[in-house]
Write a protein that binds this ligand. Structure first.
Ligand code: PLP
Length: 450
């Protein structure tokens, strides 16, 4: 590595996020320089198909000029204004209006933040506030799922089921965070157990936890319609249908974390639509602006909003908010993103190309490294397995996922290894020809790792 080079400076001064920092210290990082459609190019000029859309977010690819123009226009008109103290601006109001128009039934109001973590953190605060307003101060515990991911603030990392994001950070904080099993059917089903039976077992486990803790202490259940950071895990058949009535029965709110699934990823506008979920709160981010600006939203139902009004009467103000929550430039880009989705029928496009994507990846079921392939719309997980017949995983010391990821990189494909699962979430604009190239490069990566 050349002294004074960009890569040397990266090692010397920059702390990468969610990275093996010991490995980074030794080998450095791949630094991206530019993008074009579904492709990105690193500082050495190497081209990659970005089959993760960055972090499940760059839905319109890496060169959508209309979004740059929308940001520039807003920067010239009103580069910043806040939404505190009964002030605001048109882009935030119009985007809130648009989101409610698109949202599942029953959601009426929107709070804006900058990240998915903040959207879920706000949801947690609002749930606690809501239960205090309605005279249920004991009802505060939150249920997440093992390998679920809801963010990296103190509260959302506590709620997530990702041990490495809690270890040595002294998380989870307090005793308000509970977890139920991971719904990865392929990996965890018992011999002979159907998907419906597996889902019923998951629901029974949830109900047993609720009864053990006391329903009067449990406020909400958080779930991603498709678990992203857990490994792109689609729910088994009947899973949400089994879970929702239990939550209703025990007066427990359902929070749909649509940070990855929202805006077409699963082949509908929302993962909630794909899986028949009726949420009390919906959080979204990422594809809300196609990742061209940091923006997230927490959509709430009328009863929760009413509790905020009652709280204001009690305290004189709703004591929550961020300087950049609902930033006008981010909201203008969000509005333009939603306009592009509608004009280009992005949901329809996902439905049209999904068979090529899902069948193209499913063809790797025959590869010696691959145990299972599952997905929906334009999100899929490929599970690597040492012995398919007995579902025996690889020895973790072999780091098979990281090896496949690295070999895919060398073949010009960005994918993400999550343990032994390889996740795919390409930009929603991907074409069938690009999907074919993506699959060809994945095959090269798998073969090189074998
Ligand atoms: N929720 C889900 C489902 C996510 O996948 C993520 C990030 O990947 C988050 C929340 C956190 O979002 P952010 O990284 O924008 O804080």
């Amino acid at each position: 590595m050349r002294p004074n080079s960009l890569h040397a400076a990266d090692i010397a001064h920059f702390v990468h996020q969610q990275t093996d920092l010991a490995d980074h210290h030794e080998h450095g990082a791949v630094l991206m320089a530019r993008g074009d459609g579904v492709h990105v190019f690193d500082t050495e000029g190497r081209e990659y198909i970005e089959a993760m859309a960055g972090l499940w977010c760059a839905s319109l690819g890496f060169s959508e000029k209309r979004l740059a123009d929308a940001a520039y226009k807003q920067l010239l008109a009103l580069p910043y204004y806040h939404t505190f103290f009964q002030k605001g601006h048109e882009p935030a109001v119009r985007l809130a209006e648009k989101l409610i128009e698109l949202a599942p039934a029953g959601l009426t109001h929107v709070l804006f933040q900058c990240s998915g973590s903040e959207a879920n953190d706000a949801a947690i605060k609002l749930i606690w506030y809501y239960n205090n307003q309605r005279g249920k101060p004991q009802k505060k515990k939150l249920i997440g799922r093992i390998r679920g991911y809801h963010g990296n603030t103190v509260a959302t990392a506590s709620l997530s089921g990702q041990p490495h994001m809690q270890a040595d950070f002294d998380l989870p904080l307090g005793d308000r965070f509970l977890h139920v099993s991971n719904p990865n059917y392929y990996r965890f089903h018992q011999p002979g157990e159907t998907e419906l039976q597996f889902s019923a077992r998951m629901a029974a486990e949830l109900e047993a936890l609720i009864e053990r803790e006391g329903a009067e202490t449990i406020a909400a259940f958080f779930a991603e319609p498709v678990q992203g950071g857990g490994g792109a895990i689609t729910p088994p058949q009947g899973y949400f249908q089994a879970i929702q009535p239990i939550l209703k029965k025990h007066d427990i709110l359902f929070v749909a974390d649509e940070v990855i699934c929202g805006f077409g990823r699963t082949g509908n506008m929302w993962g909630c639509e794909t899986y028949g979920i009726t949420p009390d709160i919906l959080t979204c981010a990422k594809q809300l602006t196609a990742a061209y600006q940091p923006l997230s939203a927490t959509l709430i139902s009328a009863p929760i909003h009413e509790a905020l009004i009652q709280g204001s009467k009690k305290h004189g103000s709703f004591g929550h908010g961020f300087t950049y929550g609902g930033h006008p430039v981010a909201c203008a880009v969000g509005l333009e993103t939603l306009a592009i989705y509608a004009e280009r029928d992005m949901v329809g496009h996902v439905q049209r190309v999904a068979p090529a994507f899902l069948n193209g990846l499913a063809a790797f079921r025959g590869h010696p490294l691959v145990g299972d392939v599952r997905g929906v719309g334009l999100i899929a997980g490929v599970e690597l397995m040492a012995d398919k017949a007995t579902r025996t995983p690889f020895d973790p010391a072999r780091k098979i996922g990281i090896l496949v990821q690295q070999k895919c990189h060398e073949a010009g494909l960005v994918v993400r290894a999550i343990g032994d699962r390889i996740a795919f979430t390409p930009p929603l604009i991907i074409t069938e020809a690009e999907i074919a190239l993506m699959c060809r490069r994945f095959g090269q990566g798998l073969d090189a790792a074998w």
